[in-house]
Design a protein around this ligand. Structure first.
Ligand code: SF4
Length: 177
């Protein structure tokens, strides 16, 4: 029988939530007996399969690429998990929301540059006017707060889901897992 499939996805975040996933250390070896990691920045497989059982998604939705990717993820993933405060609330990336995209580009590429002041025009995904948590763009099944959520929390969530149970996120937060 084939194992459940898992993906990890990185939108607008700092990679800290993925580092927390890696902090599972030897427990990753234990877990790998129970699922196949089919798409992730951590593996060579870079094409999202047409069906994935569980996806852990780090980061908020900040640009057009993020928006396209999370909609594709939602259409192919059975259980979508918003992993970490950036995914759940917008957190640090959303700190730009009080400012217009134009004013941010002026500040970054014109006012603070001493050489070759110019806005990027190619190879940069267009920023959305407002950074949004994932659940504002697509339905999310489980929200896991934390900056980042601990490896223990991620371990508990994965083991519960792989056992066919719904993890009690409120209890995990209460006990600081
Ligand atoms: Fe980084 Fe924290 Fe955002 Fe995770 S929630 S991507 S650790 S800033």
């Amino acid at each position: 029988m084939s194992k459940p499939t898992v993906a990890t996805i990185w939108l607008d975040g700092c990679s800290g939530c993925h580092m927390s996933f890696l902090d599972l250390d030897e427990r990753l070896i234990e877990l790998s007996a129970h699922f196949d990691l089919v798409y992730s920045p951590l593996v060579d497989l870079k094409v999202l399969p047409s069906h994935v059982d569980i996806a852990l998604v780090e980061g908020s939705v900040s640009n057009e690429d993020d928006e396209h990717k999370i909609k594709l993820v939602r259409s192919r993933v059975q259980t979508l998990i918003s992993l970490g405060d950036c995914a759940v609330t917008g957190n640090v990336p959303a700190m730009r929301n009080p400012f217009s995209v134009d004013s941010l580009f002026d500040r970054a590429y014109l006012e603070n540059a001493t050489l070759q002041q110019q806005r990027p025009t190619t190879r940069v995904p267009a920023l959305l006017a407002r950074v949004r948590p994932i659940h504002e763009v697509v339905p999310v099944d489980i929200c896991v707060p934390g900056c980042p959520p601990s490896a223990d929390t991620i371990y508990t969530i994965l083991t519960e889901l792989l056992a066919g149970r719904v993890p009690d996120i409120a209890a995990l937060s209460r006990f600081g897992a």
